[in-house]
Design a protein around this ligand. Structure first.
Ligand code: DGT
Ligand code: CA
Length: 582
């Protein structure tokens, strides 16, 4: 997913966001043009910088005006249109557009009519009951916005940014840094590397012998908006969305120590430092050294530091002092789930779903390219408004799948569906039809505000159904914008064991559902896990990488991940569990 075009992708994302404000609508022609261009850039394999404006327009999704902007980026290192829009819409104002329920038209009215420019202004206006004075807005809107702001934690220094927003920014910056001739290594660290759901800032560590040059180039990156502090070893900047980035530069022989230190967590580091002290050593961002002589024991790689402390290297997502140091000491650390362990994807959509963007043929071809030996196509069940699929259409799809199966002999294609769990646990279609399907995931897509008891009953009932093989995105949350349904997690996990229903790790960054604390709670239970991308576009099959990190963060033993199993074992498991439930 990372590549030389990341910075450009990030700029086009920002351009689209700012244009939504400028045009007052997410559906404006220009917004769509920028989004199409972003998709095209993201999907393009190869070096865009070598292409002329004319050649760029030959690429699907790139028009004349966007081609001009792409050339401007490669020639001048910026897009002047972005700079203009940034001036017009400062970060504190753009931040308001992230509040769910606050559309661009309303936002511009709040600015023009009530002089609201940031969250503090908005909070004040809500508490003074000013919004209800505007035509079309009422007390209800005030309450809704007030709750949304609370939920997002947007105010104060506790403000945290969802991983889905921070990770692409960090990756773009890191790949831009890594491409500088003066840079030997670059790595984002901190909570983001530990794969926390939200982050306070982005911490980046770079190894270079020319820190001054690197810092000077960094503060002029297109994605950097303001410079807070600019020094020789540490520089802090704000990105256009107001996210703080701290860049630290060390010498190459200290890179491992700096990455270890700045990845944290604090609790993990404290325990590690204690271990060092017990041995008469010191551990800090420069390395592990002898307290008396100062002689360096390890500093170049994280591996060397952990080994010197007689520990197995702990994968970053586990470094939260959740028992990983004790496990690592006993040489019994839960193994990380690795991307290459995963042999199939069991929740993907095609254009048959109203919201699917890639055809069945495209999805299957991309899955084959990833080397998968099995794949479940799971378009939306018919109960989902707008995007659901009738059983007639699914029967036609079955024929198409059978034809494709002949073309991809190395991959078993399963026809499945993503069922909708109704408010009382009911499911789409009739049971006889559901039994015709090879694999079903079932998820909650409506009625998010029932109480915990009803939500739990609803999920338990779905799990009891013989055709439900896995529960998709357990709580339906969207990190930072929609809380998940409330559940009695232990009852759900217990039922999963009893009915042998798998729990999905949905790898989409805004979801990462089941959450890592749920997975952590399941670690001593015989719960089967599946890691799925829920892809609606071929590009999203690459999310699998995030699913593996989420599983690792939840201490999920790879042996419990059904789609890490060889095909026969996986298919036998599906058959057996269905037989057991019938
Ligand atoms: P965040 O930024 O709140 O999302 O979480 P972190 O973990 O990224 O925290 P941050 O940015 O304050 O610091 C990054 C890492 O650097 C942290 O996980 C551990 C290390 N670190 C920073 N300050 C200290 C400190 O005073 N003591 C120790 N032991 N470690 C520190
Ligand atoms: Ca941090």
């Amino acid at each position: 997913m990372s590549g030389p075009n990341d910075a450009l992708v990030a700029l086009f994302r920002e351009l689209a966001e700012l244009t939504v404000l400028d045009e007052g609508s997410p559906n404006a022609f220009r917004v769509r043009a920028y989004e199409n261009a972003r998709e095209a850039i993201q999907t393009h394999r190869g070096d865009l910088s070598a292409l002329s404006e004319r050649e760029l327009t030959q690429i699907d999704g790139i028009g004349k005006s966007t081609a001009k902007k792409i050339r401007e980026f490669f020639d001048a290192g910026k897009i002047s249109k972005v700079d203009k829009l940034r001036e017009k819409y400062p970060p504190a104002f753009v931040e308001l557009s992230k509040i769910p329920g606050l559309g661009p038209k309303t936002l511009l009215r709040l600015r023009d009519e009530l002089d609201i420019h940031n969250v503090v202004d908005l909070r004040a206006a809500i508490s003074d009951q000013k919004l209800r004075e505007l035509k079309g807005l009422g007390a209800k809107m005030e309450e809704k916005l007030s709750q949304a702001i609370d939920r997002m934690g947007l105010t104060g220094k506790d403000k945290r940014t969802p991983i889905a927003e921070a990770l692409p920014i960090a990756r773009a910056l890191v790949s831009e840094l890594a491409s500088l001739p003066e840079v030997e290594h670059a790595q984002y660290c901190g909570s983001l590397r530990r794969f926390r759901e939200t982050v306070a800032d982005i911490d980046i560590v770079v190894a270079s012998e020319k820190p001054v040059e690197v810092m000077d180039k960094f503060v002029n990156f297109a994605g950097v908006r303001d410079v807070i502090g600019h020094g020789e070893t540490k520089t802090s900047v704000l990105t256009s969305s107001g996210l703080q980035v701290d860049l630290r530069i060390v010498e190459a022989h200290q890179f491992g120590a700096a990455c270890q230190y700045f990845t944290g967590s604090k609790a993990h580091n404290i325990k590690l430092r204690q271990r060092a002290m017990d041995r008469g050593w010191l551990l800090n961002e420069y390395g592990l050294s002898d307290a008396e002589s100062g002689k360096v024991i390890a500093s170049e790689t994280e591996q060397e530091i952990y080994e010197a402390l007689e520990l197995t290297l702990v994968p970053p997502p586990m470094r939260e002092d959740h028992g990983e140091i004790e496990q690592a000491q006993a040489k019994a650390l839960t193994p990380a789930v690795k991307l290459e362990d995963l042999k199939g994807d069991l929740h993907v959509h095609t254009s048959l779903s109203g919201d699917g963007k890639s055809s069945l043929e495209e999805i299957v071809a991309s899955a084959a390219e990833r080397g998968y030996t099995y794949l479940a196509i799971t378009d939306h069940g018919e109960d989902l408004a707008l995007n659901g699929v009738s059983c007639e259409k699914l029967r036609e799809q079955r024929k198409q799948i059978d034809v494709l199966a002949g073309q991809y002999p190395k991959m078993r294609l399963l026809q499945g569906v993503e069922l909708n769990i109704g408010p009382e646990g009911g499911l789409d279609y009739d049971e006889a039809f559901r039994r015709e399907l090879d694999w079903c995931v079932a998820g909650v897509h409506s009625h998010f505000d029932l109480d915990a008891k009803l939500q739990t009953q609803r999920i338990l009932r779905a799990m009891e159904d013989p055709t439900v093989d896995a529960i998709a995105h357990l709580t339906g949350r969207k990190i930072g914008s929609r809380p998940g349904i409330e559940l009695d997690i232990d009852a759900v996990l217990q039922k999963a064991v009893e009915t042998r229903t798998a729990i999905e790790i949905n790898a989409a960054l805004p979801r990462l559902d089941a959450a890592s604390d749920v997975l952590f709670r399941a670690r001593d239970l015989d719960v089967t896990i599946v890691i799925n991308t829920d892809a609606h576009h071929t590009r999203e099959l690459a999310r699998m990488e995030w699913g593996a990190l989420q599983a690792t963060r939840g201490f999920v033993d790879p042996a419990r991940v059904a789609n890490s199993w060889p095909r026969k074992k996986f298919l036998d498991w599906v058959e057996n569990r269905r037989a057991l439930k019938s």
